[in-house]
Each structure stands twice: as C-alpha cells, then as structure tokens.
Design a protein around this ligand. Structure first.
Ligand SMILES: NC(=O)c1ccc[n+]([C@@H]2O[C@H](COP(=O)([O-])OP(=O)(O)OC[C@H]3O[C@@H](n4cnc5c(N)ncnc54)[C@H](O)[C@@H]3O)[C@@H](O)[C@H]2O)c1
Length: 426
C-alpha cells in the first residue's frame, strides 16, 4: 500500500481524476452518523431485511440509500458498483475513484455489507450474484436500481447514451463551469438512433433482466419491492426539454413502463411491488458538463441558501425513502402519484421555489449571473469537490494517506473487474 501526500486533485478539463481517501472516509462516516441520528431505533418493517443496490458506490443516490437503509434496520446490504483500483504513473497517482474509497469505508466493518465491483449490465455479474445468493440461502426484500452510466454493452452490442433534446435544437443561456458566466449554448437534437441508444442504456431493459433473474431463481422474498430511481424535474421549459422531453426522458419513460409491467408480475409471483421513485436533482459530476443543468442546480441551491426553498442532499432523500417505504402503515402507498410513481421530489417542485427559479431564468443576459445564481454556484462547486473527497472540513490535506487500500474478500468485496475481460467494457 502506498502512502503519499495528496494536497490537490488532478483534473482533466472539468473532470476530477483523483479522489481523496481521507475526505471520502470522513464524509461516509458523517453520513452514517447523520443516518444513525435520524433513526433513533430501527423501523419494525425494515428489521432483518436484505437489499440489493445496483449502483451503490458513489456519493450520488446509491451509497446514501444503502447507508440510510442500514440505519433504518436492514440486516444485509448487497451493493454493486463499477469501480476500479487506483492507477499510478510511476510514483504518481494518476487516477482514483471516490467509489473505491467509499467502498473501503463502507466495508471497513464488513459485517452485513458485501460489495461487488462489477459491470451490473453483464450476464456474468447477474449469474455470479444469483449463485452467491443461492449458496448463502439469501433472498432479496428490496431491489434499488440506481445505475447511471454513459454506456452499456450486452451480448456484444454496445449502446451510448446522450443528453440531447428531441425535436428542434434548444438555444439557452447556460452556466459555464470554468468562468462562472452565463453563455449562450445550443443543445443539439437527438436522431432516432441516438434516442434508442439512450433508452437502451438508461431505460428499463437491464432492470427487467435483474428482476427476472431473481424471480426465476426463487430469490425474490415474499413482498419484494423494486424501486428504480428516476427524475422528472420541473416545468421550466429548457429543463423540461433537456430532461423529461429529451433523449434521457425517453429512457426514463421506458423505466416507468418497465416498472409498471414488473409491478403486476411481482404482485402475482410474490405479492410484491415495483415503482419508479422520482428523486430531486442533486449535485453530481454529470451536471458539470451540462451548462443548462448546472445553471438550474445553481439557481436551486442559491434559492435554498437564501431561504427560498429546501435543497435535499442524497442522504436526506435516502432517509426519506427508507421512512416512506418502511415507516408504520406503509406510507409509500400515499406517496404514489396518479402514474404509480413514488414522489420524493416535493421540495424541489414546491411552487414558490420554482417561481423564484423561473424568475432567475426570465431576464438574465450573458455574462456575470444574478447574485442568487452566484451563491448557488459557490455551493455547487464545494459540493462537487466533496463528491471526490475534497474541501472537506476537518481533513488535513497535507498529511500522508494510503491512496491504494486493498479491497478483497477479507473485506467482503468481490472484485470482478480486477482480473477479467469485463474491465474495459462500460
Ligand atoms: N443526480 C441527480 O440529480 C438525480 C436526480 C434524480 C434521480 N437520479 C437518478 O438516480 C440514479 C443514480 O444517479 P446518481 O446521480 O446517484 O449517479 P452516480 O453517477 O452518482 O452513481 C451511479 C452509480 O452507478 C454505478 N455504475 C455505473 N455504471 C455501472 C455499471 N456498468 N455496472 C455497475 N455499476 C455501474 C456507479 O459505479 C455508481 O455507483 C439514476 O437513475 C439517476 O437518473 C439522479
């Protein structure tokens, strides 16, 4: 294992290439403490249950949901994420993912956690997990689908998703991450093939295969729930066009259709349910590259910072999710909308907040944005750095730290990417 001082991130363009192990550890432990405080005692309906979280390894929704469910009373957390070991060039750390360090912390007291570092889209991963569940005599009570990927390959076919609009190209003032200024941008229109590719990556195909595999193998526990995380977003026109009415929205509509079909199937097979969960927008690495999304999230954060709305971070949402699903009296049933989707995005869509954001969009010119947007952008930059373990208060970035902790079976980490041909696929 290598100890070095890592006092600044390496970056390529907008993308952070090196995460900070200590920063990630501190943030995971703070999340665990927050979740412990949120659940003074385990929820009766969650006790002893087993969850499979696909896409469990980043500071996005996967790890937060897993942390919240554990503190809510789940007995066993099985995670899957696409993470590879830190890479060195000579003595220098060239690349390291936050997911490697998040997994290191989550698995520190392995206990009831097991994490597969694997391509969730591959049949080999499914077969391996199904085999392991059988061998351990375990069944799944809850499947959380939280994979977000730019590419998917299945049986030799490759698909790439895109963030394009459908119909006419979109002209909009976006926020430029580098300069912090508003700049006119054009979001191109997806052709039918690009829409189909996006649907194949981020739609419901893969989810359907996971649920089928569990049902066929008899590994779906009585009453099993399937929750596919999704986003619908506000009515603000550029956002609607970029997201719900864009190529990604086509994929999300496919997830909706898939969960509706799975709902009837699960109900018949094990008395279970499936639904999409509409989560609120949060700070993620993807938003940096989409200037219109960056502007919207900065406005959202800016409004929340100045007291005109509430921003929920992924752990707030994870806690809300656990309470809604397993609180007394099945509260989730009352949170379903007319299309059968579980809504956890109320704070983001609150009319006063959306009116304030719409006002920020209605009369700004290219150049330096309004002070609310600027305040939100500052918060965005800090939260973005923290996705990689940087800018975490209390962490000494001048102290040496182990940058390549080993993750293996002794920590209940099953690394299917370390050795095999899957590694370069997604
Ligand atoms: N970020 C948002 O603002 C937001 C809002 C609402 C809903 N959502 C939804 O939540 C879900 C998760 O998004 P996120 O923002 O947490 O994403 P994220 O990028 O933070 O996490 C994605 C996870 O998927 C894993 N992953 C990617 N490719 C994989 C593969 N081939 N095999 C195994 N694991 C793989 C990653 O390792 C990671 O653990 C998505 O469906 C997204 O649409 C996100």
């Amino acid at each position: 294992m290598t100890e070095i001082v890592l006092n600044a991130p390496r970056a390529r363009g907008l993308f952070v290439l090196t995460a900070h192990p200590e920063g990630c550890r501190v943030l995971v432990e703070r999340q665990q403490a927050r979740a412990r405080a949120a659940f003074e005692k385990p929820l009766d309906a969650a006790r002893g249950k087993t969850v499979l979280v696909l896409g469990s390894t980043t500071f996005g929704y996967g790890s937060s949901t897993a942390i919240a469910l554990e503190q809510a009373g789940f007995d066993r957390i099985i995670g899957v994420g696409y993470e590879t070991a830190p890479v060195f060039r000579g003595e220098k750390l060239a690349m390291s993912s936050p997911g490697w360090y998040i997994t290191d912390t989550l698995q520190a007291r392995a206990g009831n956690h097991v994490t597969y570092l694997a391509d969730a889209f591959s049949a080999e991963t499914r077969d391996r997990i199904v085999g392991d569940l059988r061998a351990r005599g375990e069944k799944i009570d809850l499947l959380v689908y939280s994979v977000a990927a730019p590419r998917r390959s299945h049986l030799g076919q490759e698909w790439t998703s895109s963030l394009l609009v459908v119909g006419e190209p979109l002209e909009v003032l976006g926020l430029d991450f580098k300069s912090g200024e508003l700049k006119p941008i054009t979001v191109g229109a997806a052709d039918p093939l690009q829409i189909e590719h996006t649907r194949r990556v981020m739609g419901g195909d893969d989810l359907e295969m996971w649920v089928s595999a569990l049902l066929y193998a008899g590994l779906a526990e009585e009453g099993m729930k399937v929750a596919a995380l999704s986003y619908i977003g506000p009515d603000l026109e550029p956002l609607r066009r970029m997201y719900w009415e864009g190529a990604l929205g086509e994929a999300k509509k496919h997830i909706d259709a898939t969960t509706r079909a799975l709902d009837s199937r699960l109900e018949r097979a094990v008395g279970g349910s499936a639904f999409t969960v509409m989560n609120p927008a949060v700070v993620t690495s993807a938003s940096v590259a989409i200037p219109a999304m960056l502007r919207y999230i900065s406005d959202y954060l800016g409004c929340a910072e100045t007291g005109r709305g509430q921003y929920d971070d992924p752990l707030d949402v994870g806690i809300h999710f656990a309470r809604t699903l397993y609180g007394e009296g099945e509260p989730w049933r009352e949170h379903l909308d007319e299309a059968g989707r579980l809504r956890l995005d109320q704070h983001e869509l609150e009319p006063d907040l959306q009116a304030a954001i719409a006002e920020l969009w209605s009369n700004q010119q290219p150049g330096v944005p309004d002070e609310v947007t600027r305040a939100g952008f500052e918060r965005f930059k800090r939260d973005y750095a923290r996705l990689y373990g940087w800018e975490v208060d209390g962490v000494d970035y001048e102290a040496a730290c182990t940058v390549d902790p080993e993750l293996g079976p002794e920590r209940s980490v099953i690394d299917l990417l370390a050795s095999d041909e899957m590694r370069d696929r997604p």
